[in-house]
Design a protein around this ligand. Sequence first.
Ligand code: FES
Length: 561
Amino acid sequence: MKRGMRKGLTSYGDEAFSLYLRRAFIKAMGYSDDALARPIIGITNTSSDYNACHGNVPKLIEAISRGVMLAGGLPMAFPTISIHESFAHPTSMFLRNLMAIDTEEMVRAQPMDAVVLIGGCDKTVPAQLMAAASANIPALMVVTGPMMTGFYQGERLGACTDCRRLWGMYRAGELSDEAIDEVTGRLAPTTGTCMVMGTASTMACMTEALGMMLPGGATIPAVHADRLRFAERSGERAVAMVEEDLKPSDIMTESGFQNALVTLQAIGGSTNALIHITAVARRLGIELSLDAFDDIGRKVPVLVDLKPSGDHYMEHLHEAGGLNAVLRELTPHLSLDAPTVSGATLGENIATGEIVAGQTVVRTPDAPIQGQGGLAVLRGNLAPRGALIKHSAATPELLTHTGRAVVFDSLADLAQRIDDPDLDVAPDDVLVLRNAGPKGAPGMPEAGYIPIPKKLATAGVKDMVRLSDARMSGTAFGTIVLHITPESYGGGPLSLVRTGDTITLDTPARTLTLNVSEEELEQRRSTWEPPPPHPGAERGYLKLYLDSVEQADRGCDFDFM
Ligand code: FES
């Protein structure tokens, strides 16, 4: 097998010439022949002035490079797309597949024997795992790590659960303009990813459980020196993985995905993670069943006391022993012989983890945060291919509820009417948002956290049953049904709901029912008109996306991947 600079030569029709030219150009960077003869470890540079979650990437590259060189390899950093949640229009999910393609092709196109992928912000880790699965050269993940918490008026704050809570208070008139301005400077006090159990933290934990990250890497804060030492170790390990030819397809097996799904339920993780892990698994020909995932949730309790399901933040989980402390409690549910990038099995990794006596962040199965896992899969005539609810972050009394539907046809319709004082809405109603799915918005934005109508919020209403084909930030809370599949844009049942219909959510029974007869629905279906095409849909990446994106139950990957 060709290694190093000889890998993947540029096609000039003369291999010796291709190598000669490649070496000529790389020598312009000052490399010696000795350096160029070493195993090459690619390192993805996802640093960007737009991405504070990746603010420590330059330091991580330095540390990974040090590790690679200590082990006798040659580190080579290269840029890829970087995506930050708040700097991606129309939404980061629209770009996840583009980042996956970019990363896969750059890993494949350039000569490298292994790659260290530096991700962090929500969509970056899934995109990189998808890329690693498809490129299938030795690969391991390093995440940027969670940011530290902030303070306002003596209260500890975390992005972005508290972003949403405080914004809700501002909308309800409980915070002044000056106060919300002050808070804006306190919510994200350091670089790193959101430090609650949002999508970034969830994906970091699942990646470690999946075996694609060295043990202990999910929770080290972004600004800790340990994060750099971990990066150095990862660089060293990447060189060894070249010799072992340990590839993503060896690590990401059905057992690994099972371990990741058990972890998702036990940490009260983000709903988004189920879409992402489904996409990663499908790249390797592994189908994850929604119903099997729901079964895991009925057996595996929520053990981690982190916001939004609990009270603490990622730095506290790290102090409590990190993900390893969670995995240790989960051993009856895990495949302990699953391989990992450390070269040891998951069970062997767990056995070497730190035990922190007296910690209270990670509970035991006898005293869980919640008796069942954080996420439940719903089905019914409104969601024949499934929907998801994070019941660990919902209002318990609303988990079984029948209410009158108040329908918003699109994000624009929602923005226009939700705060209208004349909106006909009551606290017991069910807010319905449609045309916000993978093709509908497009990009399946995190709009499922439908705001409580202002007139109800100011009257003290904190939560209502809300449902949509959109996603929701993993940092959000509320009784919110998401990912209704198939989406309304293509004529799914959600497109047939009318204001005034009643909808029943029965979370214990895992059902979501539109209380309208099949005859009436058939009648509505026969007169349904598809929404107008999106502006700009005739060309470019938007066309590729709209032509090819799959539904949530298939991970929203492109159908040709
Ligand atoms: Fe990047 Fe939250 S915005 S992790």
